[in-house]
Structures are given as structure tokens and as C-alpha cells.
Design a protein around this ligand. Structure first.
Ligand SMILES: Nc1ncnc2c1ncn2[C@@H]1O[C@H](COP(=O)(O)OP(=O)(O)O)[C@@H](O)[C@H]1O
Ligand SMILES: [Mg+2]
Length: 134
């Protein structure tokens, strides 16, 4: 697997969610991802970027364009140094929200992508890595 290009975008304010969506859409288009998969990925980006702001107090999205055995992929990592998630099992349950959300962001994002990794602990912040392949 090779990394073709990579970078980081700040996720601090609502406008950054829009920018992240547009940016990932462009990366996905350039990777030759089919439209339906582009839309799935961008939907996951919305959910995770919003969580980064609402629960994480802001952070960043690292992006990588990958190539592996003739397939193109995108790997995105949403990270923050917020409070972290005390109960991962709860957070990964459909319909559970610690706030007033629908509680479908993390679970929904997981279903929309090929790779999903959640790394979090109280006081350690949160890191969600997603990947999608052509
Ligand atoms: N970046 C984060 N930092 C801290 N807690 C988070 C983060 N992302 C998600 N969570 C926790 O996981 C729960 C579930 O998230 P999600 O599935 O997106 O649902 P919702 O945003 O509707 O609450 C949130 O209510 C919150 O408690
Ligand atoms: Mg959410």
C-alpha cells in the first residue's frame, strides 16, 4: 500500500464541516470512486466532523490518498483532544446519544465505509479513522 498524497484540515467551526465535505468529495471524484460511494463517504465525513466539533471541542481531519494493488482508497482520521468517550460500546449503539442527537452518527458512519477504527479514552481525546476503496 502506498500513500499518494496526504494533508490535514482543521475542523473547528461549522464552516469547516462544509469545507471537509467539499474537499473529500473532490478527493473521491479524483480517485475514480463511484458516485454512490462518494456520497456515502461524504455523509460519514459530515457525521464525524460534527462530532469533532460538538463533543471534541474541535480538532482536525487528516487525509490520505492510498493505492493498494490497483485499488484507490481514501483514509480519513478525525481527531480531537476533547474529553474522549467513556463507554465505547454505548457510543457504538444505534440511537444512543449523550446529548440531544439521534445517536446514529458513529454507527451510521461505520456502515457507510469499508474501514472503521475508533480509538478513544476519557482524558485522551478521540480518533476515528475511516477508509473507503474503489
Ligand atoms: N469526538 C467525540 N468526543 C467525545 N464524545 C464523542 C465524540 N464523538 C461521539 N461521541 C459520543 O458518542 C455519542 C454518539 O455519537 P453519535 O453516534 O454521532 O450520536 P450523536 O452525535 O447523535 O449523539 C455522542 O453522543 C457522544 O457522547
Ligand atoms: Mg453525531
Amino acid at each position: 500500500m502506498t500513500v499518494q498524497s496526504s494533508g490535514t484540515q482543521e475542523i473547528r467551526i461549522e464552516q469547516d464541516v462544509v469545507l471537509a465535505r467539499q474537499f473529500v468529495r473532490k478527493l473521491a471524484q479524483d480517485s475514480g470512486m463511484r458516485l454512490i460511494d462518494q456520497t456515502k463517504l461524504v455523509t460519514a465525513v459530515s457525521e464525524l466532523a460534527r462530532n469533532t466539533i460538538v463533543y471534541g471541542g474541535g480538532g482536525a481531519m487528516d487525509w490520505e490518498v492510498l493505492e493498494d494493488a490497483g485499488r484507490n482508497g481514501l483514509r480519513l482520521t478525525f481527531r480531537d483532544e476533547g474529553p474522549g468517550i467513556p463507554d465505547i460500546k454505548m457510543a457504538m449503539t444505534d440511537g444512543w446519544s449523550s446529548g440531544k442527537g439521534l445517536g446514529l452518527g458513529l454507527t451510521g458512519a461505520k456502515r457507510l465505509v469499508d474501514d472503521f477504527e475508533l480509538d478513544t479514552a476519557p482524558g485522551k481525546g478521540t480518533r476515528v479513522m475511516i477508509g473507503k476503496w474503489t
